[in-house]
Design a protein around this ligand. Sequence first.
Ligand code: FO1
Length: 318
Amino acid sequence: MRIVVLAGGIGGARFLRGLKTAAPDADITVIGNTGDDIHLFGLKVCPDLDTVMYTLGGGINEEQGWGRTDETFRVKEELAAYGVGPEWFGLGDRDFATHIVRTQMMGAGYPLSAVTEALCDRWQPGVRLLPMTDDRVETHVAIEEDGEKKAVHFQEYWVRLRASVPAHAVVPVGAEQAKPAPGVLEAIGAADVILFPPSNPVVSVGTILAIPGIREAIAEAGAPVVGLSPIVGDAPVRGMADKVLAAVGVESTASAVAAHYGMGLLDGWLVDTVDAEKAAEVEAAGIRCRAVPLMMTDLEATAAMAREALTLAEEVRA
Ligand code: FO1
């Protein structure tokens, strides 16, 4: 079975671990969000691609959900000693190697998709990891800080500010000019199932859908499209998705996120059992809905969620 998954960072990566367990023989293609990418110290950092690669490759810092295990920060300390910032983004020594290799290869003319394939040669994530595009797209957030309106890079909003100020707008800069990376549209067209994992619906899945051609390809694909709500009990399970949902005028509920994706895109939607009463509202929006446990507490729980999503996909296909 060919499965395509639109994945962002931590939630998407953890879900993929469960999906691999639930469907060990499936051919999984991950379309990874690159709107979180940031250029630091002359290096290109791809947080969401790296989180998927490290999580599935066994190198992730498990409790953080990002960065490498057994990390040290000597390079970061030395940069700070030179007064070279920013200090608020924790790049570890082992992680730096990934960004050095990536930047070196891109400097030699390799597109991000080829670089990602090369990095995955080492990590063997067990999925095909494609960036959503080879073009530069970086999400910026319009905020007001100390009375001054400005746009900050998503990472500054997310990490330095901890999303502590309202986001007035979330803009994937460069998305309009970007093209899907090689293999992305083909994978969508050939998919038997397309999944939206519990990733951030605005800055992760939303950014991928903002690349011209991707939303249309999914809407036209013959495959059933099933999503899993990242919102449980009117709050994000992790992260601060509610802050960016507010920026796009979507309330932080399992049913509002389904409606945000819309029936033109989604055929099925899983909500957590605590939101069971919302299933009727989602079904009224033309999207088949089931209430199942959606907390990724461990691998087996996550695998069970993945099985439920695949089961719903078959129900919808029928
Ligand atoms: N998140 C943090 O909250 N603090 C950090 O210092 C931080 C550093 C970092 C370094 C590399 C990387 O790949 C991810 C990193 N993240 C950090 C997580 C990152 O902001 C998020 O994983 C994604 O951008 C959102 O999905």
